[in-house]
Design a protein around this ligand. Structure first.
Ligand code: SF4
Length: 167
């Protein structure tokens, strides 16, 4: 399977940065246990966001949490239920920022990740844009492989919806 870059989504990027095996399983529509506590918490968080009028922005295959302007520049916001996986959240956010920046030819774009009272700012500078581009290429190549990498226990297995499948 040729998994081209246009098939990538923020979820896949987040999963890859967390556990490449998880990204591969998700890419083949092998879905995680929907009754997993973490997945239910994520869904509950999504409901709260809607009540609070924080909007999803249906642009292409992008479904980030909020977009707005701060000091005249576009700011994309992702809400997370915890900061236990900031690398995954950052890569997902950078993926959205890269898509918007390149598609809309924006000069400046920034992002932030919010979990409770914690806020992490993510700059849309050249270095970060280059990094996410390289990661996207890497993920496309990886997901083109016909089999997933073998199971290897990592710290995220405990909270992963695929743990019944893998363990
Ligand atoms: S259970 Fe562990 S190895 Fe399996 S997909 Fe989840 S994080 Fe990856």
């Amino acid at each position: 399977m040729n998994f081209t870059a246009d098939l990538l989504s923020g979820t896949l990027i987040h999963y890859y940065a967390t556990c490449p095996r998880e990204a591969w399983l998700y890419s083949r529509r092998i879905h995680a246990n929907q009754w997993d506590e973490n997945i239910l918490m994520g869904k509950a968080l999504a409901d709260i966001k809607e009540e609070q009028q924080l909007h999803k922005f249906p642009f292409s295959n992008l479904h980030f949490d909020k977009i707005g302007k701060e000091r005249g520049h576009i700011m994309v916001t992702e809400y997370k239920k915890s900061m236990s996986n900031t690398q995954g959240a950052k890569m997902q956010l950078l993926f959205y920022m890269w898509q918007l920046k390149t598609s809309l030819k924006l000069k400046v774009i920034n992002g932030k990740i919010i979990s409770g009272r914690t806020v992490i700012f993510v700059e849309g500078n050249e270095e970060n844009m280059r990094m996410i581009e390289e990661l996207m290429n890497e993920v496309s190549l990886f997901l083109s492989q016909s089999t997933p990498p073998p199971f290897k226990e990592i710290k995220f297995c405990k909270g992963c919806g695929y743990r019944d499948y893998c363990l």
